[in-house]
Design a protein around this ligand. Structure first.
Ligand SMILES: C[S@@+](CC[C@H](N)C(=O)[O-])C[C@H]1O[C@@H](n2cnc3c(N)ncnc32)[C@H](O)[C@@H]1O
Length: 240
């Protein structure tokens, strides 16, 4: 039985989202904002040792090695999203085709958004591009809800630094913790106050923290017990 924590504005589940999705009611979610495994660890040349400093992390998380099939999420995401809802999913270059193949026919619109990291990790061997951009695929149907006041907010491009101290958790350290500034921008333009935001791959709860800070409600699932507990503590402190 998956552990579950309910608070006035949050429901957090420590379990596998593929097992949990069936419990989410039809047309109940306003915004799905999630950052699933990128499946890039298999391409990695390994963490790079740096003299006198901690190793440069090259996305070698064990959860990233398990193959993720976007097609397994399409029918449930379609079912649980309200007709005027939006979906934003962080997607790696190698998974982009799979996300498009699984979701393009499900929604009226399939687009992409770029996050430009102003402080990407250096390429110490100077042998290629810095990994300074991440893609987020976006889907919605005609008549969906936007919440912007000026077109300037609506570039499909956003710049901010990667998550740094003091926002970055020290224990446990999550290699993919996303910055609140980016998540708050996405939640702000694509949902209203009180909306239900769902993240089935919540890590240490960054989407939830951003949602609560903006007066939304949050439903999150995380399979790893340590990340789940860190998310629960973080969101309890945010909810106050
Ligand atoms: C890229 S990370 C998300 C990081 C998150 N955005 C944050 O800022 O903390 C993906 C997370 O999904 C979790 N995960 C992988 N497979 C899962 C599954 N089937 N159900 C729930 N969580 C899963 C991993 O443990 C990992 O923490």
């Amino acid at each position: 039985m998956a552990e579950r924590i309910d608070t006035p504005r949050c429901t957090l589940v420590n379990g596998d989202c593929f097992d949990f999705l069936g419990e989410v009611p039809d047309r109940s979610v306003d915004l799905i904002l999630t950052d699933p495994p990128y499946n890039i660890a298999a391409y990695s040349t390994g963490n790079i040792a740096l003299p006198g400093r901690s190793a440069l992390n090259n996305d070698l998380a064990p959860w990233d090695l398990e193959s993720l099939e976007p097609a397994r999420l399409a029918a449930d995401f379609r079912r649980i999203l309200k007709p005027d809802g939006n979906i934003f999913i962080f997607a790696s270059y190698n998974m982009l085709g799979k996300w498009h193949a699984a979701f393009d026919s499900e929604f009226d619109t399939f687009q992409f958004f770029v996050w430009h990291k102003t402080n990407p990790a250096p390429k110490i061997y100077k042998n290629g591009f810095l990994n300074s951009c991440e893609l987020i695929v976006c889907m919605w149907d005609r008549g969906h809800r936007w919440n912007f006041s000026n077109q300037r907010e609506m570039h499909n491009f956003f710049e901010c630094p990667i998550c740094m101290a003091p926002e970055r958790l020290k224990q446990p350290k999550h290699p993919a913790q996303k910055p609140l500034r980016l998540l708050e921008h996405l939640i702000g333009i694509a949902s209203d106050g009180g909306a239900l935001v769902f993240d089935p791959f919540m890590g240490v709860g960054s989407t939830g923290a951003a949602a609560l800070r903006l007066g939304r409600r949050f439903l999150g699932v995380e399979t790893d017990g340590e990340y789940f507990r860190a998310a629960a503590e973080r969101l309890a402190a945010t909810e106050g």
